[in-house]
Design a protein around this ligand. Structure first.
Ligand SMILES: NC(=O)c1ccc[n+]([C@@H]2O[C@H](COP(=O)([O-])OP(=O)(O)OC[C@H]3O[C@@H](n4cnc5c(N)ncnc54)[C@H](O)[C@@H]3O)[C@@H](O)[C@H]2O)c1
Length: 290
C-alpha cells in the first residue's frame, strides 16, 4: 500500500505548510482545522508564498496551480481523513487535545492508515494507546517553517511497525525533505535536545556570572561557528517557548537542573518574550541593550 492521500490536522504555523509540502509532492491533500479563520489565513499565506516561488522561478505557474488543485481545506475531520493513507497531526501542543484527535481519527480512518504526530516534544506512545492501531503510529517532526527547513525527525516507538517507519521516511523523501529515523523514543528527539542542552549551559554560565550573554553569543558564533548565539536564538523563537520547554523537561525528570531558570521566569513574567515583544535579552526597536 503506497501513500497517495494525505491529511494534515491543524492548519496553524506548522500544519498549513506541511500540507503544502504534501500537495507539492503530488499527494491528494486535505488540511483540516476547527477554525474557519485559521483555514482562510492558511490559504492566503500559502497563496502568497507560492506566488513568490513562481516569481523567483522556483516553480512554474502550472506546477503551482496543480498543487493547489490537490490541496483541500475543511473544518470537517470526517471529510478530511476518511480516505487518507497518512494523517499528520499538527494541533496545539497539549496532550489531552492530541489524544482526543487521535481517538477520533481512529474511528474515521481506514485500517491501513498511518497516524503521525508533528509534536516537537511528545513521543507517539503517549497517543498510540487511544487507538486500535499502535503499529501504525509514529512521530514525524517537521521544523519551522516546514516549507523552508529541509529536515524531519521520524521516531519509531516500541509499538511502531517497521513498515510504518519506512513509509513515513518515504513520504519525507517524496516531500524532498531530509529525514532521520530515531530507533527509540526520547522526548524532544535529537535536534531540540541538543539545542536545549546548549541553551541550558549558556544560561548556567550567564546566571553564574561567568560571562555576559552578549559575550556568550559572540564566542558561540566565533568558536563553534553557529550562525546565531543561544540568547539571540531564544529571543527569536520566544522566551515563553524556552520557558515552556524547560518546564516540560522539569515535569518529566523532576531534576532541579531542568527547572526553568530564574532569568527566563522573570522575563516571561515581565512580558519580555524576545523579538515578538521587541524585548527579550536584547531590545529590537532600538537595537540597544537594556
Ligand atoms: N511552531 C513551531 O516552531 C513548531 C515546530 C515543530 C513542531 N511543532 C509542533 O507542531 C504542532 C502545532 O504547532 P503550531 O506551532 O503549528 O501551533 P499553532 O497554534 O500555530 O496551530 C495549531 C492549530 O491547531 C488547531 N487546532 C486546535 N485543536 C484542534 C482540533 N481538535 N482539531 C483540529 N485543529 C485543531 C488550532 O485551531 C490551530 O490552528 C505542535 O504539536 C507543536 O509542538 C511546532
Amino acid at each position: 500500500m503506497t501513500i497517495q492521500k494525505l491529511t494534515v490536522v491543524g492548519a496553524g504555523s506548522m500544519g498549513h505548510q506541511i500540507a503544502m509540502l504534501g500537495a507539492l509532492a503530488g499527494f491528494e491533500t486535505y488540511v483540516q482545522d476547527i477554525s474557519e479563520d485559521t483555514l482562510r489565513t492558511a490559504k492566503e499565506q500559502l497563496d502568497s508564498i507560492m506566488g513568490r516561488w513562481v516569481e523567483k522561478e522556483r516553480m512554474t505557474q502550472e506546477e503551482r496551480d496543480q498543487a493547489f488543485e490537490r490541496l483541500h481545506f475543511t473544518t470537517s475531520l470526517q471529510e478530511a481523513a476518511r480516505e487518507a493513507d497518512l494523517v499528520i497531526e499538527a494541533v496545539v501542543e497539549k496532550l489531552e487535545v492530541k489524544r482526543k484527535v487521535f481517538a477520533e481519527l481512529d474511528q474515521i480512518v481506514q485500517d491501513h492508515t498511518i497516524l503521525a504526530t508533528n509534536s516537537s516534544t511528545m513521543v507517539s506512545s503517549l497517543l498510540a494507546d487511544v487507538t486500535s492501531r499502535p503499529e501504525n503510529i509514529c512521530n514525524m517532526h517537521f521544523f519551522f517553517p516546514p516549507l523552508v527547513m529541509d529536515c524531519v525527525e521520524v521516531v519509531k516507538g516500541e509499538h511502531t511497525s517497521e513498515s510504518t517507519a519506512t513509509k513515513a521516511m518515504e513520504v519525507c523523501d517524496q516531500m524532498n525533505r531530509t529525514a532521520i529515523l530515531l530507533q527509540k523514543e526520547i522526548s524532544g528527539f535529537v535536534a531540540n535536545r541538543i539545542l536545549f542542552a546548549i541553551q541550558k549551559e549558556a544560561m548556567h554560565l550567564y546566571e553564574g556570572g561567568y560571562a555576559d550573554y552578549e559575550d556568550i553569543d559572540k564566542i558561540v558564533k566565533k568558536a563553534l561557528n553557529h550562525p546565531i548565539g543561544p540568547f539571540e536564538l531564544m529571543d527569536l523563537s520566544g522566551l515563553d517557548i524556552a520557558y515552556y520547554v524547560m518546564q516540560q523537561q522539569y515535569d518529566e525528570t523532576g531534576k532541579e537542573e531542568d527547572r526553568p531558570s530564574d532569568t527566563i521566569v522573570k522575563k516571561v513574567q515581565a512580558g519580555e518574550l524576545g523579538r515578538k515583544t521587541e524585548k527579550g535579552f536584547y531590545s529590537y526597536n532600538t537595537a540597544v541593550r537594556h
